[in-house]
Structure formats: C-alpha cells, structure tokens
Design a protein around this ligand. Sequence first.
Ligand code: FO1
Length: 332
Amino acid sequence: MSASRRVVLLAGGVGGSTFARGLREHLRRTDPHARITIVANTGDDMWLTGVRLQPDVDSLLYALAGVNDTERGWGRAGESERVSAELRAWGAGWPWFTLGDLDLGTHLARTGWLREGAGVAEVVRRLCGRWPIGAEILPMTEAEVDTIVTVRDGADERPMHFQEWWTRYRASLEPVRFDNPGVAEAEPAPGVARAIADADVVVVAPSNPVVSVGPIVAVPGIRVALRETDAPVVGVSPIIGGRAVRGMAEVCLAAIGAECSASGVAQLYGARDDGGLLDAWLVAEEDAGAAPAVDALGIRAGVAPLWMRDLETSAALAAAALELARRGSAGR
Ligand code: FO1
C-alpha cells in the first residue's frame, strides 16, 4: 500500500457519516495526506415543494462540516422551522416532513444550480466547497433513481417514495420490495469509477444494506468498478449482537429475505471472488461466533468493537477496518 492512501467509502447518511468522521480522524493521525472519497447513496433523494433533497449527501456534508444536528441525526444544528410552518399553512409539501430553514438554504442552492444546468456531481462539489470537510463526496450517479418501496395494503400492493415510508410510517407498513427505477441504465457519477479503480482500499460503511448500500451497488458501472479494482473491499457490519444498529434496517432485510445477522448481511453482499462485493467483513465482538460462517463464504472475517459512541470509538473502528483490509491485500 502506498504511503498516502486513497480510501473510497461507500456510505448512506447517519451510519455512513459517523463512520466517515472516524475514518477522517484516524487518517488525520496516521496518514495526513490520505485522500477520502465518499460515494454517497442518492436513492433517498426526492423532489418536494419544488426543491431537490439529497438526505444522505447532506448528512455526510453536515456531519463532516460539524454543523449537523447530532440529536435528531439529520439536518442542521441550531435549526429553525419558520418556512416549514408556512408550507404547512399553505398545505404544500408533506406535513410530516420538516424542511428546516438552514437546510432549505442548501436545497435552494442545489436546485438553483441544477436548474442552471450544473450536473449533480458538480452541485455536490459546490456544496462541499463551503467547509473544509477533508473528504470528497461524490453522488453515486447523476440519474434520478429514487428508492420506491412497494408496501402491502390489505390484499393490494402500493408504491410510495422511500422517504414517505421511512418518515411518515416509520417503516411500519410491510414492504414487499424496494426498487430504484432506472438504476439498471444509470451511469456512475463522474469520478466514481475512477476513484474506485485508483483506490488503495474500498470500505463499505455500516449503513443500511438494503436502502443505502443496495442502491449504490445496483449502479452497474459501480458494480463493475468494484469487481475490477485491485483495492481490497472491506465492509463493516451494520448488525451488532444480531440486531440492526438502526432498527428499521431489520424490516428492510426481512423484506428481501435476508437474515438479520452479521453473516446474513455478508451473504447478501457476497464474496468478491464469487461475483459479490466483499473481500473482508468486520463483525462485532458480540457476533464473533459468526466469523467461521463468514470465512466459509470466502470472505475474510475480522472482529472488533463496532459501537460508534464518539469520535474515538469511530476512529478505532475505521482503523480496524483498514487493518483488516491490509491483512489480506498482499495476496490480491
Ligand atoms: N427524518 C425524519 O424522521 N423526519 C423529517 O421530517 C425529516 C426531514 C428531513 C429533511 C431533510 C433531510 O435531508 C432529511 C430529513 N430527514 C427527516 C431524515 C431522512 O428522512 C432519513 O433519515 C434518511 O433519508 C435515511 O437515511
């Protein structure tokens, strides 16, 4: 591995941004010239009241900039909601979905630039230019491939946007399937395939495997880039002690028939040698018993404390993931 590593992180919003902060901290201490490129899920994106939202991009941006609301887990710290109250009074938008005033500034800037013809990756680049975030964030694709959840409704099935299912119904309506219409034709955003090809290590964040990592690796060109890169691909389990860290992921896994366990998610991703995603998989100490089953899949298992309680524990987790990747990379 070269002295200054190029690390690519595939990430969703909340788990992804906590891990990203730990990764940046670990590299600041050990390899200050390392480059972090984050390929962000854009399946959560949507249009609402005329503006384009990119929740996972914004969660990553706000967290790395240190302006995020750490209590709620999304949006800006010190937020006010005057515009949202007006939208509700007009009957515009979704009454259960809050667009904070500061956050709306981001959406207006983004939408304005998109309307002026800038590509999505360029817009994200401009947003990231506001703060010294110590990483590059790339949207997975510039195509609009928003996640649609088909839910069971009595004897019928009904599609709805992921954000409605997640925030209005708190994932309580039984999902039948998740789709990203158009993703089979979507190209990776500019810079994504190159970053993966040039990486020294690719890390899959402990994000929701179905609705955060799933859409990223559903982009065919990203799948190919991950298969072809010389970099080891290491994943961090989003399951601790047999439970999803963020409970609603359990519903998503059940809907696609995947087992909610450290080895179940490893099996869902699959071994890279077998046409899947992973060379290595870091499981929680609580799930150490899953390591032989992971190894049997052809994925090298590692065990570490996975709870990201603060910056220190997140940095230690990032260090463990990079170390696990390094241990096997000599052979590839
Ligand atoms: N999550 C909520 O639970 N309620 C909200 O009103 C809400 C508003 C919101 C606005 C902008 C944004 O970027 C994210 C927002 N989120 C909200 C979070 C978001 O819906 C999800 O947590 C993520 O998309 C899941 O990764």
